[in-house]
Design a protein around this ligand. Structure first.
Ligand code: F6P
Length: 325
């Protein structure tokens, strides 16, 4: 295998607070260890359009505390095609890039895995998503910050919910994963969480209402994981129909959950996985995601990282139920 001299770096998919800290870490650790660094702009689209520039340590100075991503990001449709990935490969060769660090979530790392297999290319993933749905790492870059943002919002919603004695359905992001909803519900003292991990076999709203929450509390907050069919609006409408005397409101937190300065935890996770990515390249690792488990940096095969069944700690459901009486 030829010696790796130049590392490309890109961010892809939904932005997440801490991505800049990860870009900084890969750039600095790369340069420290003698590599050239090239930044790819606008995710995989930038590989296809050759939107690539050399990076020095100055390019990443002062960004550790900034939200978003200085490299911009995209959900590339072109990279999902064989032709798109071939053009991307040709541009990588032209730019002299021989390893690629991809900071992104499930879809982005799936793209990296496909690309690595098709073109026998060294791809290293960093877990960059607020959803925390990547397998093999305890947390993902952006998850902690977003959780704190949600908790701050719910604290504010509680003020008005209590004043008006209302039921609030607060919708949070997380696509197909309930980590944000369940844990932010616990951290904000919400009365319930409605999460995808639980939705196939139980009517979570009925279970919650049966607990007779309104007997002990005049107001309550239910955190709902976003879902195209059964989001906060759906549950609010059901309560309005089934319990017409309840005063119901909905708050969809939306993209404000993705912005803001990364928490210290996310900056540390981004920094240690960024350094871990460069170390992995030096060790000759290929096609892995760098995660952190039990405070140890770990290398997880990309095929494992994108598994859709990241374990959800069901004890957390009991914790929330018991504490919300
Ligand atoms: O994957 C991160 C995420 O924030 C999901 O939680 C959410 O479903 C999605 O991205 C929203 O994507 P977009 O910003 O493209 O609408």
């Amino acid at each position: 295998m030829a010696k790796i001299k130049t590392i490309g770096i890109l961010t892809s998919g939904g932005d997440a607070p801490g991505m800049n800290a990860a870009i900084r870490a890969v750039t600095r650790a790369g340069i420290y260890n003698g590599f050239e660094i090239k930044a790819v702009y606008r995710g995989y689209d930038g590989l296809i359009t050759d939107d690539i520039k050399p990076f020095t340590t100055e390019n990443v100075s002062g960004i550790i505390g900034q939200g978003g991503t200085i490299l911009k990001t995209a959900r590339s449709k072109a990279f999902a095609t064989v032709e798109g990935r071939k053009t991307a490969y040709d541009n990588l060769v032209k730019e002299g890039i021989d390893a690629l660090v991809v900071i992104g979530g499930n879809g982005s790392l799936t793209g990296a895995m496909k690309f690595a297999q098709e073109h026998d290319f060294c791809c290293i993933g960093l877990p960059g998503t607020i959803d925390n749905d990547l397998y093999g790492t305890d947390s993902t870059i952006g998850y902690d910050t977003t959780m704190n943002t949600i908790v701050e919002c719910v604290d504010r919603i509680r003020d008005t919910a209590q004043s008006h004695e209302r039921i609030f359905f607060v919708e949070v992001m997380g696509r197909d994963a309930g980590f944000l909803a369940q844990n932010s519900a616990i951290a904000s003292g919400a009365e319930a969480a409605i999460i995808p991990e639980d939705s196939t076999d139980v009517d979570q709203l009925a279970r919650f209402m049966e607990r007779g929450i309104r007997k002990s509390k005049r107001s309550c907050i239910v955190i709902v994981s976003e879902s195209p069919k059964c989001g906060a609006m759906y549950y609010a409408d059901r309560v309005r129909k089934e319990f017409p005397d309840y005063d119901v409101r909905v708050s969809i937190l939306g993209h404000l959950q993705r912005g803001g300065r990364p928490s210290a935890r996310d900056r540390i996770l981004a920094s240690s996985t960024g350094v871990g990515a460069v170390e992995a390249i030096m060790q000759g690792q290929r096609n892995i995601m760098v995660g952190v488990r039990n405070n140890e940096v770990v290398y997880v095969p990309l095929s494992e990282a994108i598994r859709s069944d990241k374990p959800f700690d069901r004890k957390l459901i009991k914790v929330l139920d018991e504490l919300s009486i």
